[in-house]
Design a protein around this ligand. Structure first.
Ligand SMILES: [Zn+2]
Length: 524
């Protein structure tokens, strides 16, 4: 008896250890030879209205059928439902909503100064339904390509990754001629990158690099930094063959009618980030007025060139409301101490331009946003492609959470929630050139899905990991939503479990240094 008890104890102990080991390596469930998601309401990425209940059948990561199985409010009859094959998996999603996996079109995989490593960043994205990212340079092409392979092989919890190399990365000497530019572009393609991210350069170099890259069939993104924008704005890029612009710089400059450079104060210094961001906040007012001839001409030409705009509204939001961004409720649980320190006012850290940020700066930025959003919404209305990108890891914006905020800001710009979802899904897939495989829920496409218990069209906040606030019938305050399952390549991830893992990482990092979030300039 005693031995039996001991044996039982040892066995259960090893079981517990095994479980612990397993949980530290949680890598989703699947793939399955067949996966049937039952009874869900489909919100597609193609602008179609919601439809359900449907049963979605996936076989070996390919969507095989999307079958309507009933009517809202009525019990589903079993006889017409797709049958489960041996070894298959059923996911009961009755009453839930299913969307295509989200695409974050501007997603840096953490950073050294932020102390944000892929494990942490990837989980935050996946926990918010992000199944694909475009990495617009950051920690080197080798770093990103290695993770891309691991993700594709399902060795790590990560979205699928498209890698855009920072232009000039790895070049032994600065690129100053057209030939050097072309050589670099060819080498980048050979290295296996998906595209190039530009920041600036001379017109000669940019013309050669952008057009050569396009010839090779690769894609390109451009953050038109202020240093080059007087000679080369968004319109120059689009004409040369750039496929997408990031943020918004270079766009007002393409619409100047009474100047050729921004109205820089004479003591401006680009290395002073309060200068840089404060003056940027006055830039849209210096461009052609909405619906004026110049404004229309630029917009129409960009659309004719099939040019994508990836606005990343959220990353500037602290400029119009610093307190909102720094007091976001998720910081306490999900922001690493290193990341919090990186966000603090500093003359060195990028995006920490709070030397003296007050009412004047915030009001200017609020007006800046209005003009910017007016352009983006009309661009969409005229058939231009707009995507959802977050650019997280700077300016108090946290991976995953900030992506959902981006969706809210597209809504604020005037997008219908279905247009928001399309920006987040199908438009992102088109931007990457993979709309035949991902971006909408269609037979023949891959099984990348987001499943949530609440209707995200009614309230995009239900997509936040922290959920949305709701009062019950009996006056009780609850949280609803938070993505329930993220499915990538037919593998089911428990989104809340991923979030819990992140919370634990943060807890451990805090315990190590007895860290507590304290607001800038306060003592406790
Ligand atoms: Zn960026």
């Amino acid at each position: 008896m005693k031995i039996k008890k001991l044996l039982f104890f040892v066995l259960s102990l090893s079981f517990v250890c095994l479980q612990a080991q397993k949980s530290s390596k949680y890598n989703g469930e699947g793939p399955f030879n067949q996966l049937i998601i039952r009874g869900v309401t489909l919100i597609n990425g193609n602008g179609a209205p919601p439809k359900g209940p449907v049963d979605i059948v996936v076989e070996n990561n390919v969507i095989k059928s999307i079958k309507v199985v009933g009517y809202p409010g009525l019990k589903i009859e079993d006889k017409n439902r797709p049958k489960l094959k041996a070894g298959g998996k059923e996911l009961d999603a009755n009453g839930m909503y299913l969307l295509p996996g989200f695409i974050d079109s501007h997603a840096h995989i953490g950073g050294v100064p932020q102390g944000a490593e892929p494990d942490y960043v990837f989980r935050l994205w996946m926990a918010h339904g992000v199944t694909t990212i475009r990495e617009p340079s950051g920690r080197g092409v080798e770093f990103a390509l290695k993770l891309k392979k691991q993700s594709a092989a399902h060795k790590i919890v990560a979205p699928r990754i498209f890698v855009y190399t920072g232009f000039g990365e790895g070049a032994k000497t600065p690129i100053v001629t057209a030939q050097q530019a072309k050589d670099w572009v060819h080498k980048n393609a050979k290295n296996g990158a998906d595209g190039i991210k530009f920041f600036g350069g001379s017109p000669t170099v940019l013309q050669a690099a952008i057009s050569e890259n396009k010839k090779l069939g690769l894609r390109s993104a451009f953050h038109h930094a202020q240093l080059s924008v007087a000679r080369w704005n968004v319109l120059n890029s689009a004409r040369a063959g750039l496929t997408s612009m990031e943020h918004w710089y270079g766009l007002p400059e393409a619409m100047f009618t009474d100047r050729t450079v921004q109205n820089y104060p004479l003591n401006y210094n680009y290395q002073n980030e309060q200068n840089r961001f404060e003056e940027a906040g006055k830039l849209w007012q210096q461009a052609a007025k909405p619906y004026s001839k110049k404004w229309n001409d630029v917009m129409n030409e960009l659309i004719a060139l099939d040019f994508t705009i990836d606005p990343t509204f959220n990353i500037y939001e602290a400029s119009r409301d610093l307190m909102r961004a720094r007091r976001a409720e998720w910081h306490e649980t999900y922001t690493l101490p290193s990341l919090w320190r990186f966000y603090q006012p500093s003359k060195k850290s990028h995006g920490s331009y709070w030397h003296y940020w007050g009412t004047e700066q915030e009001v200017a930025w609020k007006n800046n946003y209005k003009l910017w959003m007016t352009f983006i919404n009309e661009y969409k209305n005229r058939g231009g492609r707009v995507t959802a990108g977050s650019d997280s890891g700077f300016i108090f914006q946290l991976y995953g959470f900030a992506y959902i905020r981006e969706l809210e800001l597209l809504r604020e710009a005037g997008f219908h929630p279905l247009e928001v979802i399309r920006a987040a899904t199908l438009n992102g897939a088109e931007l990457l050139g993979v709309a035949d495989k991902i971006g909408s829920v269609e037979v023949g496409k891959l099984a990348d899905f987001v499943i949530v218990e609440e209707n995200p069209l009614e309230n995009l906040k239900v997509l936040y990991g922290t959920g949305a606030i709701k009062l019950t019938k009996d006056n009780k305050v609850v949280r609803v939503g938070g993505v329930k399952y993220t499915i990538k390549d037919g593998i089911i991830y428990d989104a809340k479990r991923l979030l819990k893992e992140v919370a634990n990482m943060v807890k451990q990092a805090k315990a190590k240094e007895h860290f507590k979030i304290i607001q800038p300039g306060m003592n406790n």
